[in-house]
Design a protein around this ligand. Structure first.
Ligand code: HQG
Length: 191
């Protein structure tokens, strides 16, 4: 029987392959689009011996992913992660006017550095921003646990007016190369 926990582990492994380390199963991502052949992915995962996967299971993982992390191409022969890559691939994203405010959840231990250098992408290609405070709390909690995250309000509308380029991935995550500190404020509780 397939369990939810097993599928979460498998999904994490797929994320690792499609965003960070395709070499784990001896494959490469296409430079444009970050695509991989679905059969190569399935065969590569099975050859590793840690998980068993077939096409129906892969389709269930893609369809049920809470953040829409993966997409098939139009004819279903290829798959990719929609965002979050650290490897050098070009993911086509829509350039779009952002809302007035976006949000970023993080841990207190990063704040001194963030307020000095701004938000920088770290090992990913872009800084990820959340459309609402609630989402930012979930993202930030990954780093701050068991403490509460810090939520930064990003003056996205002002940034766009100043010429900064905002993109949104196919699964609705806002991305930007850098957020200088003057466009950030720490949100107070109840704000
Ligand atoms: C921090 C998940 C020090 C930044 C989530 C963050 C998201 C700095 C960490 C997605 C800094 C990077 C991305 C600076 C930024 N000094 N620290 N100047 N600038 N940071 O995990 O945004 O499950 O790479 O605050 O839902 O937390 O992977 O980025 O704490 O959408 O699909 O450096 O990951 O999605 O951490 O999360 P991450 P993130 P998935």
């Amino acid at each position: 029987m397939e369990t939810k926990e097993e599928n979460v582990k498998l999904s994490r492994f797929i994320s690792k392959i499609l965003r960070h380390k395709p070499e784990t199963i001896g494959i490469q991502l296409e430079h444009i689009g970050g695509w991989v052949d679905v059969n190569e992915l399935i065969n590569g995962i099975n050859a590793k011996g840690k998980f068993f996967i077939d096409r129906p299971l892969l389709e269930r993982i893609v369809a049920s992913d809470s953040k829409g992390r993966y997409s098939f191409n139009a004819d279903g022969t290829k798959i990719r992660a929609n965002q979050g890559h650290s490897v050098d691939v070009v993911i086509e994203m829509e350039h779009r006017q952002p809302p007035e405010f976006l949000y970023h959840g993080t841990a207190w231990r990063f704040i001194e550095s963030i307020m000095a250098k701004g938000l920088i992408p770290g090992r990913r290609q872009y800084v990820h921003l959340s459309p609402d405070r609630e989402t930012a709390v979930t993202v930030g909690y990954r780093h701050s646990r068991p403490e509460q995250p810090v939520i930064l309000k990003v003056y996205a509308g002002q940034m766009a007016a100043d010429g900064y380029d905002f993109m949104i991935s196919d699964n609705g995550v806002w991305q930007i190369a850098h957020v200088p500190p003057q466009y950030l404020t720490i949100m107070q509780e109840g704000e």
